[in-house]
Structures are given as C-alpha cells and as structure tokens.
Ligand binder design. Structure first.
Ligand code: ATP
Ligand code: MG
Length: 488
C-alpha cells in the first residue's frame, strides 16, 4: 500500500510524554488503513496530530493513516522464537530448582496502585523519583506498571491474610517489570525477573538458602564465574550511626560528588556508595564500612550467614559498597555478579527486608528474597552455548492434492499426540518441500508422491544420515511414532 497523497510526514514521538505509535491522523490520505487506536488517548496533542481527547473520555476509535511502519517502543524488546526457546529452557530449570527448595509459584498483576511502590520502594529512590511508568486511569486512580515484584508479593500475602494461617511462605514469580531507565545492553525498560521470597523467617539461614539456590541455578545453567557479593545493611537501630559517619565523611568531599549524589546526600546517603560514576567511586573509596557499625544482633546475624556460606564451600566477597537501591532492605544484602555482563555486572540481587510488611500496614513479619534479571541471565547463557532452535521431529512432504488430503489427518494425529510434525499446505515440488524441511530443522521427512500413493508406501528419510525406510501408509501414524521413538 502506498502513502502517495499523504501530505504530512509521520513523526516519531520524543520525550516521555510522546505517543509511542508512529501513526498520524490524516483524513486526506487516499490509502487509509483502518486502525483502532486506543493508546492514542495517552498522547498529547502535537502539531500535525489531531487533538486527542483528555484521559477519562471514552476510547478513541478513529480512522488514522499509518505513514510508516510501527516499531516497538524504545527500551522494549521482542523475544523472538529462537531466543524464547532459550528463555523457556531457563525457566524450566529455574522452576525445577525453585521447586526443589520448596518455593511455590504466585502470579500477580503487573499493574498496582502507585502508592504501593511509593511506600515500599521509597520516595527517595531512582525508581520512584524518575523511573516508574505511572498514569491516572479513567476513574482517577494513580496506577503504576510494577518496577519490581517484591512489593506486590507482600501486598498479596497481606491482602489475603496468608500469614494468619501460616506466616512461613516461600513464593516465586516470573514476569515483566517496567522501569524508565536509559536503555543499553542489559538494561531495558521492560525487563523480566525471576523473584523468590521467603516470608516469616528472620534467620540468616533463609538468606543463605536463597544464595545457595542462586548458585545452584547458575551452575546448572552453565554460568561458571558467578560470584556472590554480600553485605549487611544493619537495622533501624544501628544504621543511623553509620549514616551520620558517612555524612561526616562526605562533608569533606562534596565537590567531588556528582549532582545525583549531592541530592542523595539529603535523601538517601547510603546510595552514594552504589553510584556508578567513577568520580564518586573514587571519592568514596575510603568511606567508613557499614560492617563496623552493626549492633550485636546484626553482627551475629551476619556472622552466622558467613559461617553457613563457608560451611557450604561457597566462595563470596564481603562488599562494603553493596547497599542496593531500594529503601526496604535491612541486614543481609547480596548480589550475584559475573564478568560476562560488562558494565551491568549484576545478574541477581536481593536481601532481607524485615520492615516492609509493617510499612505496608501488616504485622511485623520478617522477609528475605531476590530478583534475577532474566534478560541478563539469558544473555549470559546464550553467550555460553548459542541459541539453538529446535525443529520438528518429522516433516511430511506431500506432493499433490491427493497426497495432501491423505497426509493431513496424520499430521493432526501426530500433533495431537504431542509430536511436533509439520507440512506445507501448498502443492510445492519435492525440492522446495525438502528445502522447507531443512530450513525448519526437521529430523525426518516422510515423502509421499504419486508413486508412494500407488505403492501405499511412503519413504521416511533421515535428514542427517540421508537413509530412507519404507512406511506403510495404512499405518502411517503408528509407524511414524515408532520411527520417531515416540512409542510407549
Ligand atoms: P542495577 O544496579 O543493575 O540497576 P538494580 O539494583 O536496579 O540493578 P534490582 O532492582 O535489584 O536491580 O533488580 C534485580 C536484577 O534485575 C538486577 O540484578 C538486574 O539483573 C535486573 N535488572 C534491573 N534493572 C534492569 C533493567 N532495566 N533491565 C534489565 N535487567 C534489569
Ligand atoms: Mg537499577
């Protein structure tokens, strides 16, 4: 379809307020494509765009002209089948490992009230200050696409009063998170996490169990250089002492800090230790270590954690800078780093958040958990073994209408019995059908043309050895199952 006659060029949105669809309203275009746009209501009126009704009005179902092809939103990526197969296999391994450690799946909405994240993650974090996708819905509620999962898992646990039956729960959830960060390799605006949470256990052994589980999962996935970093953030009793010491230390280094860190000094000074700007890292090189300020309980908690890791032979690094971005952490904090990721070195992060339940209006129940960056994990695993796209077990090359009509029920029967079989629904030459089978990566090809129909015997070709064996067409499905090793 041509766009000749459309006088106004398509424009891409810029900035956070821009519309994400490359669609322009133009009634004068002769080649008008009917597209129902719903998201357009989120766009602000721009020059060259028809005025969009304010939020709260009914969905917009106008006729618009697609001027250019529509691309995905910046920082949002597609996971195409080859990659998705790898994601599936990682997910399978992860759910096996999580299951063996006693975690059960919980599935939650991706949209929550903004207040949930503002209260839990903390107002003075990058996430809440500038990274959340927040909007007012038609009834005026302020909603946010979840930037992380923990707050929502806690919300569900409290909302359903699960703690009243049994406060000790182990959950996992896998799904997308949304943060409006600067997109780069390993950093996306929609990214995926595998989250695991243990509720109702204050013991450091629960933290160690999470770390062991991460190490085990990464080992099974062939990630060889994963290194756990651990630290203790203390608790509300001892952290203020550290905070004061840190502020004293920073007072003499003000001019060396970046603008963000100067701001963090007022709101969340611990996070200055986490700043990635080289100048800030240099300036805070000799900053006081949090571990020196721990109270007796926090000290003992951290000692038991280290002792348990030692007993398991898990090598780890005590990382005084590991403070994590979210407000709700207390005591144990950890990250799994790998050199395979370049600048974005953390493949997973987590820790204890004993105060969160209370912050969210629930009872005082301890909790600990982690989040694995699925995208980053998939990148590491793919780099290690490459993405392998599996192919069908058998491709049926049926030549001519009669062969097609005969073979189609076999295809359906094989598919319904759980065997990946495929065929072309067009009358193509043997050569092009074999080409198609090769392209799909089929293991075997069943050939049936006129001769095979006449002899009531097809030829099953092994695509690797090129050997052919006869297959009786009267018992095609049974014979195929036998040859494909799918019997029994
Ligand atoms: P980072 O320091 O890399 O920004 P973070 O402290 O913000 O990480 P968490 O909120 O603890 O990360 O999330 C846990 C994991 O999720 C991270 O270790 C990382 O692997 C992954 N992750 C976080 N943000 C993104 C993103 N924007 N894109 C892809 N993965 C991400
Ligand atoms: Mg971050």
């Amino acid at each position: 379809m041509s766009n000749a006659g459309c006088r106004q060029p398509a424009r891409r949105g810029k900035g956070p307020e821009a519309c994400d669809a490359d669609i322009q309203v133009d009634d004068r275009c002769p080649d008008t494509i009917e597209i129902t746009i719903f998201v357009a209501a989120l766009c602000r009126a721009r020059p060259g765009w028809r005025r969009v009704p304010p939020l709260g009005t009914k969905p917009d179902t106008r006729t618009v002209t697609a001027m250019t092809s529509i691309r995905s939103i910046k920082g949002f990526k597609d996971i195409l089948p080859g990659e998705a197969a790898l994601w599936q296999s990682i997910e399978k391994t992860a759910t096996e490992v999580l299951g063996a450690f006693g975690f059960r799946e919980i599935r939650l909405p991706i949209l929550e009230k903004t207040e949930l994240f503002a209260r839990s993650i903390g107002e003075a974090t990058d996430i809440v200050e500038k990274e959340m996708y927040t909007f007012t819905d038609r009834s005026g509620d302020l909603l946010t696409l979840r930037p992380e999962a923990t707050a929502a898992v806690v919300r569900a646990y409290l909302q359903h009063k699960i703690y009243a039956q049994d406060p000790v729960q182990k959950y996992y959830t896998i799904g997308p998170m949304f943060r409006r960060e600067r997109p780069q390799k390993g950093r996306y605006r929609q990214f995926y996490q595998i989250n695991a949470e243990i509720f109702g256990v204050g013991s450091p052994y629960a933290d160690v169990q999470l770390i062991v589980m991460l190490v085990d999962l990464l080992e099974r996935l062939g990630v060889t250089d994963a290194q756990p970093h651990v630290n203790s953030l203390g608790c509300p009793a001892c952290r203020p002492d550290f905070r004061r010491a840190l502020l004293d230390f920073l007072a003499a280094r003000e001019e060396r800090l970046c603008a963000d860190c100067l701001r963090r000094r007022e709101t969340n000074p611990l996070r200055i230790l986490d700043c990635k700007v080289p100048g800030c890292r240099e300036a805070t090189r000799d900053a006081p270590a949090l571990s020196r300020f721990l109270c007796a309980e926090c000290r003992s908690h951290f000692d038991i954690l280290q002792g348990a890791l030692d007993a398991l032979g898990i090598a780890y690094l005590i990382d005084n800078r590991l403070v994590r971005g979210l407000d709700y952490y207390s005591r144990t904090t950890f990250e799994i780093q790998t050199s395979a990721l370049g600048a974005q070195s953390a493949v997973a992060g987590g820790g204890r958040y004993d105060g969160l339940m209370k912050t969210l209006g629930g009872p005082d129940i301890p909790a600990t958990g982690f989040a694995i960056g699925f995208d980053r994990l998939a990148e590491i695993v793919a780099a290690g073994k490459g993405t392998e796209i599996p192919g069908p077990l058998v491709f049926i090359a049926a030549l001519g209408a009669e062969a097609q009509a005969r073979a189609f029920p076999w295809l359906a029967a094989l598919n319904r019995s759980g065997i990946w079989a495929d065929m072309l629904f067009e009358d193509k030459s043997l050569k092009s059908q074999m080409k198609r089978a090769g392209k799909l990566g089929a293991r075997k090809v069943l050939i049936i043309g006129e001769n095979e129909l006449a002899a009531n015997t097809g030829q099953l070709r092994d695509m690797t050895t090129r050997e052919q064996v006869p297959v009786s067409l009267d018992r095609a499905v049974e014979e195929l199952r036998r040859h494909l090793g799918a019997d029994g």
